[in-house]
Design a protein around this ligand. Structure first.
Ligand code: NAD
Length: 283
């Protein structure tokens, strides 16, 4: 058997939503280094274009930045036309747009007797608008791009979809119920879609990153006043057997495995990359 690892990726076209973000742009760099054509789709069009220019010049590959909103089908259809015109048909879709918001986060972890006079800091104070925004960004923001971009895969009876899940999907973290519910739905949807698309030779899997320090979670991990780890940040490190946050480059191995022919007979799974967090009972 010859081992031509990752050769199949060369020249393939990948769309990555949220590709201008911390984790997304690290994945973009990895895919461009593997010789792929990459379209960074992001709400922040200027940043998408800027990152695309940087990666195109550092890797010599075709990387383009396209503004799009993963919650608007028309915006995605418009972006798809741009990608098809500039890079060709889409082989791989990575759904990386997502995140949490302080407004969909409860101040209290649980309701103790002392909290009964301040229920606005608990589940009962959550604003529906913020809750829905976070849920939709993470779930509908994966569903809609898949509807739009996977059409190219149906036409050619081949393709790979990679969703981005989270540790919250297995067991919810305290304080962030919208994000947790949405990421749990990503795991369920990944399995459902894998079955639905298997006869068309389209594989669907997900990556579940552990804790990586980014703009969306820094406010939860560090005490802004002191710059020290917050109580929550401390708990996370204590619950991560490798005793540190991850760095985005540590997602690259699992990324390349799941998008390439190395995982040709693998579909419907969620791969944790988490320093052991999901395996540790805390005892
Ligand atoms: P990030 O905030 O750095 O990146 C998210 C990107 O999505 C941003 O560039 C943002 O502009 C874009 N975006 C937001 N709303 C959009 C919309 N409506 N349409 C298009 N683009 C939109 O966050 P990140 O930490 O790099 O997260 C990337 C993914 O990884 C998310 O799905 C997140 O939930 C997931 N994740 C992150 C961690 C972590 O520790 N950082 C852990 C597990 C999962």
């Amino acid at each position: 058997m010859s081992i031509a690892v990752l050769e199949d990726l060369k020249g393939k076209c990948c769309v990555i939503t949220g590709g201008a973000g911390v984790i997304g742009s690290s994945l973009v760099e990895c895919l461009a280094k593997a010789g792929m054509k990459v379209a960074i789709l992001d709400l922040n069009a200027d940043l998408a274009v800027k990152k695309a220019q940087e990666f195109a010049s550092s890797t010599g590959c075709s990387v383009i930045g396209v503004g799009a909103n993963v919650l608007e089908k028309a915006s995605l259809a418009h972006a798809k036309k741009t990608v098809n015109d500039r890079l060709g048909a889409i082989d791989i879709l990575i759904n990386a747009a997502g995140g949490n918001s302080p407004k969909a986060t409860t101040a209290a972890e649980s309701i103790e007797d002392k909290d009964l006079d301040h229920l606005e800091a608990t589940f009962f104070g959550l604003e529906m608008e913020s809750f829905r925004k976070v849920f939709d960004l993470n779930f509908i923001g994966t569903l809609l791009p898949t509807m739009v971009f996977a059409r190219d895969m149906i036409d050619r009876k081949q393709g790979v979809i990679l969703n981005i899940s989270s540790m919250n999907s297995y067991r919810p973290l305290t304080r962030i119920p919208a994000y947790s519910a949405a990421k749990a739905s990503i795991n369920n949807f990944t399995a459902w879609l894998a079955v639905h698309l298997a006869p068309q030779h389209i594989r669907v899997n997900a990556l579940a990153p552990g804790f990586f320090l980014t703009d969306q979670n820094r406010f939860l991990m560090y005490d802004q006043a002191t710059g020290n780890l917050s109580a929550r940040g401390d708990k996370i490190i204590a619950a991560t057997p490798m005793k540190r946050f991850g760095v985005p480059e540590e997602l690259h191995g699992a990324l390349l495995y799941l998008v390439s022919d190395m995982s040709k007979f693998v579909t419907g799974i969620v791969v944790p990359v988490d320093g052991g967090f999901s395996s540790y009972s805390g005892v």
